[in-house]
Write a protein that binds this ligand. Structure first.
Ligand SMILES: *[C@@H]1O[C@H](CO)[C@@H](O)[C@H](O)[C@H]1NC(C)=O
Length: 184
């Protein structure tokens, strides 16, 4: 009886681990992260990580690689933010107040880029507390960028969608670092 049970277990785990390919890793990790953080949207998590994973050779096959990839995706998003904002700064369609906000956003995302570099280094050396602190700082920066526009009546942020996407990616990376911390 016990032998029979044991052999079922072996079969179960063989199938289970065989099926734990990259996509399962992403689904499971996004599920776990979305349960621990109410701001994290599961669908966005799966979509952005699957997209990132499909462009990576080899794709991440364990949590550590997935967290690393997620931080890198956040960083390339921040790089795009900097160039989008610098394009907006060149255009003439903004009043003085909005220009000031955009300039601040530019500086905030520049800061985020160096904080994300620090996060990459910290994560690689398994200094997970520092990695999480840096990821929280970059999260605050994107919120600060968006909120400035709300401080003046009638002002509308031209970056709402971009900030929102960035925020989601950043939330994912932070939650993943914390999740890795628990597993590690
Ligand atoms: C940031 O990443 C998200 C998810 O992959 C994407 O939808 C969005 O367009 C990216 N934003 C920038 C500015 O690259």
């Amino acid at each position: 009886m016990i032998m029979k049970f044991a052999s079922y277990l072996v079969i179960f785990f063989t199938i289970f681990f065989h099926c734990s390919n990259g996509s399962n890793l992403i689904h499971q990790s996004c599920m776990e992260a979305s349960e621990s953080d109410p701001n994290l949207r599961y669908d966005f998590c799966v979509a952005s990580l699957e997209d990132g994973s499909s462009k990576r050779q080899p794709p991440p096959t364990n949590l550590e690689d997935l967290v690393g990839m997620s931080i890198q995706l956040t960083k390339s998003n921040a790089t795009n933010m900097v160039s989008i904002i610098s394009e907006l700064l060149k255009s003439k369609g903004f009043d003085q107040y909005a220009k000031g906000c955009l300039k601040d956003c530019f500086d905030l995302f520049k800061d985020s880029l160096s904080e994300l570099d620090d996060a990459v280094v910290a994560f690689k050396s398994k200094d997970l507390n520092t990695a999480a602190i840096k990821m929280s700082a970059t999260l605050d920066n994107s919120v600060t960028c968006e909120d400035q526009f709300k401080d003046k009546k009638g002002e509308k942020s031209p970056l709402t969608k971009e900030n929102h996407d960035y925020y989601q990616l950043n939330v994912i990376s932070l939650a993943f670092v914390q999740m890795f911390h628990q597993h590690y």
